[in-house]
Design a protein around this ligand. Sequence first.
Ligand code: SAM
Ligand code: SF4
Length: 326
Amino acid sequence: MKDGFGREIDYLRVSLTDRCNLRCVYCMPMHGLTFVPNPELLSADELEKVVRAAVEVGFKKIRLTGGEPTLRQDVVDIVERFHRIDGIEQVVMTTNGYRLPYIADDLARAGLTRVNIHVDSLNKETISKIMRLGSFDKAWAGIEAAEKAGLTPIKLNAVITRGYNDDAAVEMSRLTLTKPWQIRFIELMPFAGPTEIQLEHYVSSDEVKSRIERELGPLFDVNGGELEGEARVYRLAGAEGTVGFISPVSNSYCDGCNRLRLTADGRVRLCLLSDKEIDFRATLRHGGTHQDLVELFKRAIRTKPVGHQLKNGVFAENRTMSQIGG
Ligand code: SAM
Ligand code: SF4
């Protein structure tokens, strides 16, 4: 179904939990965040009902996210339920990868197409600084497990954050010379939630790209300037893999936005960077029917904002990234 600005909305990002085993500086505070109590999270049955309604209005792709989606004990069951729904073409996941060595094979068997793994550096000390409870060895084991299970092509996500991992982009891009991976650098986004990091730590994609090119040579445009999803994609000469830039702040992709987000507590969020949400859980838990959920999706699509308002100083106020589902 198209929204009021002619965009076909067919991609739903589903947050399974707001909890995480890490505490990345730009995403979650180290202490003091309260989590949604388990009974308030959507159950696997409720999630399936929401996705069945989403399919009816034209959604085709589901991304599981969080918080850390693999912390849900029933994550494999959820993948399998979504994969079986007629009309769903892809179920993918964004994860920090730490639990993949234990569950990657099961996820692949259940129908997961592939994973994006988040790691902000290849350097152990830098990872401890920026991802705080993070460990390079665990991230790497997760990447290897994903490859072995066929959850490919592998995409790695890093948020370049001034004063934390400024130099990570060069080493990570060098990996693409020998690995068929896509390494994507995401611009830091400001959230008014209780994270310690805000706009002064932002580094633009242009700055990251220049730094990579200074050290490793030119990056050649792969898609003639067209976006691949939300990323602009390039390749170093002779490289096996590619380098992507996701630039929501410096070069917003709102014009082509095709997504809605379902938070772990059952709200559909109309734009990552706006607080507008529609409460699906209330409908689910007060006897709402399949058709009621379909109507809520239609309302969500009809009222999706044209784009974010960061340039006018309007930030999302009510949730951190981990509470939205990045
Ligand atoms: N835990 C999983 C992970 O880290 O991939 C899934 C959830 S996490 C919120 C999804 C993505 O959001 C990660 O790639 C993370 O780097 C990104 N992210 C979190 N906070 C951000 C922020 N303030 N600005 C930009 N990206 C952010
Ligand atoms: Fe956890 Fe992902 Fe947020 Fe890091 S970015 S704290 S891994 S949810």
